[in-house]
Design a protein around this ligand. Structure first.
Ligand SMILES: Cc1cc2nc3c(=O)[nH]c(=O)nc-3n(C[C@H](O)[C@H](O)[C@H](O)COP(=O)(O)OP(=O)(O)OC[C@H]3O[C@@H](n4cnc5c(N)ncnc54)[C@H](O)[C@@H]3O)c2cc1C
Length: 402
């Protein structure tokens, strides 16, 4: 492929067409459709030009934070506290469009809004919501969420970090692994087990609290712009006002995770759409044996299989969002959607990477970045195996967890 063709192709890929084979757009309200267009325009103009460079350096593009704040996309299914009102479908479309552009920025926002803010919104008292959420909605304070530990990921219900009451204070001790944003965030929601009653409690820790230290996890080839951390909680002392007043057990933590699994389904679908669009464009431009590779049955058959998967994921997501808006989404539905969309999206990204041949492994053509990022999405918020155990238990009545 000549340099001119390669540059033209990259330009075209940067403005991909936005696949919507089953007319998903017709299912959206005017507000949802406008939100999608706003995030898409922002993503293509402001995020896409930056990502390959930041991805390669493994650094976070802090300059995007105020611009994301100005975009008015902090809200999810929460109301008030300075957040932008939106439907669950609208919130999903933000994750979808950010996934289509870049998984690191999508994950950064998902951690800040879906995990940290939702924890305070769902598990905090009214005074605690008033105290933290408005600044987080304005993105002048950024949050993180620490549940996973070095020895407890899928079985985070068995977490070992402890909290103990000493007079008016709580003392929190332990280690956490993986929290995104945790190296540089302002606030981090930490879960620890009360040595008195054995129940899991939640706390809002500040990054400058004595005893908190977070070290960036290096050598990560997925979501490279997200700064994930190994965290040490060394006898951090906080007042009762920092304990989330409505977090009484692990079942309360699970309320937060239910919402974020839905977000991962949408983000995964965005990654798959991007990979499909790039592969389709490339196949039409790339000539081998005197004809475009798109004019071969093998490539057409792969593209159609990818389109079928992408379309089914889109339908899952729209239905998922409407079920949330109707208050009818169950934990097992969210688990099935996360399982299906994340595993299918990884397959679609892998097929796209094949269609691009050698160019498929370069950052210039983006599919390898989407494939690498999908590896994290399949794992976080509960691996595909754990989602299948959740649904398996529901449909058979038998728990196969242990
Ligand atoms: C990029 C990234 C970002 C993350 N961000 C955060 C964050 O912000 N905050 C946070 O708290 N955590 C975060 N996590 C942690 C994430 O939620 C965990 O990695 C995930 O839950 C899996 O845990 P684990 O990595 O310890 O794997 P393990 O639990 O050790 O699992 C290893 C393998 O065993 C399988 N397995 C485990 N148990 C069973 C079983 N009973 N039956 C069958 N198979 C089983 C799993 O499916 C997996 O394949 C993040 C992780 C990543 C990779």
């Amino acid at each position: 492929m000549s340099d001119t063709v390669t540059t033209a192709l990259q330009d075209e890929l940067a403005h991909s067409r936005g696949t919507d084979y089953f007319l998903m757009r017709e299912q959206l309200t005017t507000d949802e459709s406008e939100l999608l267009d706003r995030v898409r325009a922002f993503g293509e103009a402001e995020i896409l030009p930056l990502v390959s460079d930041y991805w390669e350096r493994g650094e976070f593009p802090f300059e995007l934070v105020p611009r994301l704040a100005a975009l008015g996309i902090v809200g999810d299914t929460m109301q008030g506290y300075g957040m932008t009102p939106m439907t669950a479908v609208g919130a999903g479309l933000i994750a979808y469009e950010l996934g289509r552009i870049d998984g690191s920025i999508g994950t950064f926002l998902a951690v800040h809004v879906g995990l940290a803010m939702q924890s305070i919104y769902l598990l905090g008292s009214e005074e605690q919501r008033q105290r933290w959420l408005p600044e987080m909605a304005a993105m002048t304070k950024i949050g993180a969420f620490a549940l996973t530990e070095p020895e407890h990921g899928s079985d985070s219900i068995a977490l070992e970090a402890t909290c103990r009451r000493e007079g008016d204070d709580w003392v929190i001790t332990g280690r956490k692994r993986w929290p995104g944003n945790a190296v540089w965030c302002d606030l981090i929601v930490v879960f620890a087990r009360d040595v008195e009653d054995g129940q899991v409690k939640g706390f809002v820790i500040q990054r400058d609290d004595p005893g908190y230290s977070a070290t960036k996890i290096g050598g990560k080839v997925s979501l490279r712009m997200v700064q994930n951390a190994d965290i040490v909680l060394d006898d951090i002392r906080v007042g009762e006002d920092r304990r989330l007043q409505n977090c009484h057990s692990f079942a309360d933590v699970a309320k937060v995770l239910k919402g974020t699994r839905n977000t991962v389904a949408w983000s995964s679908t965005g990654h798959a759409v991007a990979a499909y669009e790039i592969a389709l464009t490339y196949a039409q431009r790339r000539t081998q044996f005197g004809r475009p590779i798109a004019k071969t049955q093998a490539i057409q058959s792969q593209l159609v299989a990818m389109l079928a998967d992408v379309t089914s994921m889109q339908l899952y997501c729209i239905r998922l969002g409407r079920l949330i808006d109707d208050g009818a989404l169950t934990d097992t539905m969210a688990a099935l959607a996360k399982y299906y969309c994340s595993t299918k999206a990884r397959d679609v990204c892998r097929q796209a990477r094949d269609i691009l041949g050698g160019n498929g492994i370069t950052l210039d053509f983006h599919v390898m970045r989407h494939l690498c990022d999908m590896e994290a999405l399949v794992t976080y918020e509960g691996t595909a195996e754990i989602q299948s155990l959740i649904v398996g238990k529901h449909i058979t009545g038998q728990s196969a967890f242990a």
